[in-house]
Design a protein around this ligand. Structure first.
Ligand SMILES: [Zn+2]
Ligand SMILES: [Zn+2]
Length: 239
């Protein structure tokens, strides 16, 4: 088994709240400098900057997972990660069809920039991406898996936009086996109120919106290989 250093929750300049310096090339370059083995690009409700990041990462020994941070109808943030770009983009199209089409006000929320592999701007997403989409939490988990992905409730230790804060508990009948903590130091506190937490694989990520916030190579996943397929399978497995 390989011990892969990871950061699987990174926002690019396509998220309105992501810094404009978070271009795919800058993110990949920073991840390389930090010595990470695998990263995921997880913009709010879109996968459209993943293609550029994957292309750039080919020059480095870095695996990029396609992903998004979906905001469910209950306003729960859910990481959806995919091994294949095509499947991720198809999932992205489905999510886009369920997005409430409200124009983005760049002055208030920030720009939403889609880049190519040369960091050239190829599109600005016109509709605000941070709102909840019309997909409930359970359906979102199922559909992500249908597209070959894995769903991971994001920052479950946060007091907003998390499965615990918004649904009140970790649903035992949901299909995911992995959850994300913003701060691994919160594990004991959460475990006291929900002992079933010990059944889940726990990961922790930066949720970076600025280049300097991308994690150092301090968190590790045991995987068979660095292939996106093996990493996704590891995240699907129970501990
Ligand atoms: Zn979030
Ligand atoms: Zn996030």
């Amino acid at each position: 088994m390989l011990e892969l250093s990871y950061d699987l929750h990174i926002h690019s300049c396509l998220s309105p709240c992501g810094d404009n310096e978070m271009t795919p090339a800058n993110i990949v370059g920073m991840a390389y400098l930090k010595g990470l083995d695998v990263i995921a690009i997880t913009d709010h409700n879109t996968c459209k900057n993943c293609k550029a990041a994957i292309e750039i990462a080919k020059q480095f020994n870095l695996t990029v997972l396609c992903g998004m941070e979906l905001t469910t109808a209950e306003e729960v943030h859910l990481l959806c990660l995919f091994a294949e770009l095509e499947k991720a983009l198809e999932f992205g199209d489905f999510v886009y069809s369920k997005l409430f089409k409200i124009n983005n006000n760049e002055k208030i929320f920030g720009e939403q920039i889609v880049c190519d592999a040369n960091d050239e701007v190829i599109q600005k997403e016109p509709y605000l991406l941070i709102n909840a989409v019309d997909i409930d939490f359970f359906t979102a988990c199922e559909v992500a898996e249908k597209y070959g992905g894995v769903a991971i409730p994001a920052h479950i230790d946060k007091s907003s936009n998390s499965v615990i804060s918004n649904l009140g508990f970790i649903p035992a009948d949901a299909s995911f086996n992995c959850v994300e903590l913003k701060d691994i130091g919160n594990y004991e506190r959460l475990f006291q109120s929900d002992a079933c937490l010990c059944d889940y694989k726990i990961i922790t990520n930066s949720d970076a919106h600025f280049l300097g916030d991308i994690n150092e190579a301090v968190n590790h996943l045991s995987c068979k290989s660095k292939s996106p397929q093996d990493i996704i399978q590891t995240l699907r497995n129970r501990i």
